[in-house]
Design a protein around this ligand. Sequence first.
Ligand code: ADP
Ligand code: ADP
Length: 223
Amino acid sequence: MLVIEGLEKTYDNGVRALNGISLNISKGLFGLLGPNGAGKSTLMRTIATLQTPDKGRIHFDGIDCLKQPNLLRQRLGYLPQNFGVIPRVSALELLDHLAMLKGLVQRRQRREVVDDLLAITNLYQHRKKAVSGFSGGMRQRFGIAQALLGNPDLLIVDEPTAGLDPDERNRFHNLLVGLSQEKVVILSTHLVQDVAELCSEMAVQAGGSILLKGHPKDLLEQL
Ligand code: ADP
Ligand code: ADP
């Protein structure tokens, strides 16, 4: 269970991106819906301990995330909105390398973990191709494979389906639904449809505030 209380953040330029945000998020797929500029990425990065709020508290399963960011990071997978430079090495090599950095020193053990992730994300048949040649959907699924290294029980994905065609979006959706059986998964999106189709719980964020929270079925009738 992720408990967020009274988060506030004002950037140096005076933009108030988080205006007292409180949320309780439990296992399953949680949708954070809001237009561009709502403060969704700021909230996602704050939960991922990549930036600090001015005020407020975040707890995950007894971890005080702001005071013990390293403990949280061991439990966390995070797929940022625009993730880094895409390297010209194969998916297999890259995941293997990242697994090594995660401390999996035994080649055989690493191979098992990496093959598993490639299978889960439907990329096994593409494992020997360069990630730089992947389609948008494949890149996003590769991003999930990367985020799943270390078997996190909190997974944050920020606007993952932007620019994907319907078929790729569907695959990505199925992947998230599967993962949410066992993890807290938070999906940030500006697409009502994403939340309506997938999420068990949701909140609507705009102007740095949470306007509504509850079950998509109840809330989306009001929009
Ligand atoms: P969303 O993800 O919903 O589009 P963001 O969290 O990216 O929202 O941005 C919320 C507001 O904060 C926007 O007005 C944005 O321009 C502003 N903002 C985001 N990051 C910064 C930053 N590093 N410095 C200043 N303003 C920022
Ligand atoms: P989003 O689509 O989530 O709103 P943006 O494209 O606005 O994201 O932001 C991309 C990056 O630029 C983020 O790291 C964000 O913090 C930063 N950023 C956004 N708005 C501003 C701003 N007004 N001043 C400085 N940095 C910003």
